[in-house]
Design a protein around this ligand. Structure first.
Ligand code: NCD
Length: 315
């Protein structure tokens, strides 16, 4: 029988939305990551590939890295940016629906990157968007561009994902970055340890989304699991997602990784974090070669240049 092979090339992504890690196979992820490799040089040189293109960057939730990195990525591609950084100043504050906002914005922009507090915002927006819509974080659902930068960083830190034992630590229930990351990792030869207190365990539908393709173990003890890990992905307990602040207080200090604890791990264990950190990584780790979280940020530029460049059909 003839094998049907999906041939991924740049035109495959042209005009497409970027919403969820559920939508991608390994070939597609690797293609985007290889494209991000090419962006490393382009970022240094600058380019005019997106000359006359406009990104609308719409952030209805706080953001430092994601918004600035989308915008910087567009500038590095030679394009322009129009932005909503404070929801109070947009018409959403007057009661405009998300759908109407998108139908309006697409008249101004060639591509939209949006962050929104609702879990279903990305899917709702993508349904009406006539220009490529990039999910920059949708409630506690998913944050797929963060995953592309995480994977790109892992390739730099560890040479690739295959063969790694990866620990995700902290608020796995509300953390959208770990939802997207776990879904993407189903395509690689990895073992994943999900390290969280009972109240913050990974959402079952995300585990189901990995389709049984990878070995996943759910545990609560970071200290005990640490020696097995090649990579520790720390996360912040997502205060803003707790209806009752007392519940947040109970779990906010569940895991604190400091130099003493890290010394129990492999010598070359890599520490990543999507940032911002609160107190889950002590600053005594910052000067160590294991600390990748600030270098990780840079990969956001490469990944978002690749994602937007492909969606706009300029790469
Ligand atoms: C994350 C987010 O917004 O989900 N931050 C980011 O985009 N780098 C993580 C977080 O807020 O904890």
């Amino acid at each position: 029988m003839r094998q049907v092979q999906l041939l991924v090339n740049a035109s495959h992504f042209k005009g497409k939305h970027f919403i969820s890690m559920r939508d991608y196979n390994r070939e597609e992820l690797d293609f985007i990551l290889d494209t991000a490799d090419q962006m490393v040089e382009l970022e240094k040189q600058g380019s005019d590939l997106c000359k006359s293109k406009v990104l609308a960057s719409m952030f209805f939730e706080p953001s430092t890295r994601t918004r600035l990195s989308f915008e910087t990525a567009m500038f590095r591609l030679g394009g322009n940016v129009t932005t909503v950084a404070d929801p109070k100043t947009s018409s959403a504050a007057k009661g405009e629906t998300l759908e109407d906002t998108i139908k309006t914005i697409q008249n101004y922009a060639d591509i939209i990157a949006m962050r929104h507090p609702d879990n279903d915002a990305a899917l709702r927006a993508a349904k009406v968007a006539m220009v490529p819509y990039i999910n920059g974080g949708s409630g506690s659902w998913e944050h797929p561009t963060q995953t592309m930068l995480d994977l790109h960083c892992i390739r730099y830190a560890k040479g690739g994902m295959d063969g790694l034992t990866i620990g995700m630590v902290g608020d796995l229930k509300h953390g959208r970055t770990v939802h997207s990351l776990l879904l993407a990792l189903r395509h690689y030869d990895v073992k994943v340890k999900l390290i969280a207190p009972e109240q913050l365990k990974m959402k079952p539908d995300v585990i189901e989304g990995t389709e049984g393709k990878i070995e996943i173990e759910e545990v609560t003890d970071l200290k005990k699991t640490l020696p097995e890990l090649d990579l520790i992905y720390m996360t912040r307990v997502q205060k803003e997602r707790f209806p009752d602040p007392a519940d947040y207080d109970k779990v906010k200090n569940s895991y604190i990784l400091d130099k003493a604890l890290l010394s129990k791990g492999k010598r070359d264990v890599v520490v990543m974090h999507p940032l911002p950190r609160v107190n889950e990584i002590a600053t005594d780790i910052d000067p160590l070669p294991n600390a990748w979280y600030f270098r990780q940020v840079k990969h956001g530029i490469y990944a978002r240049m690749a994602i937007m460049g492909l969606a706009l059909g300029v790469l």
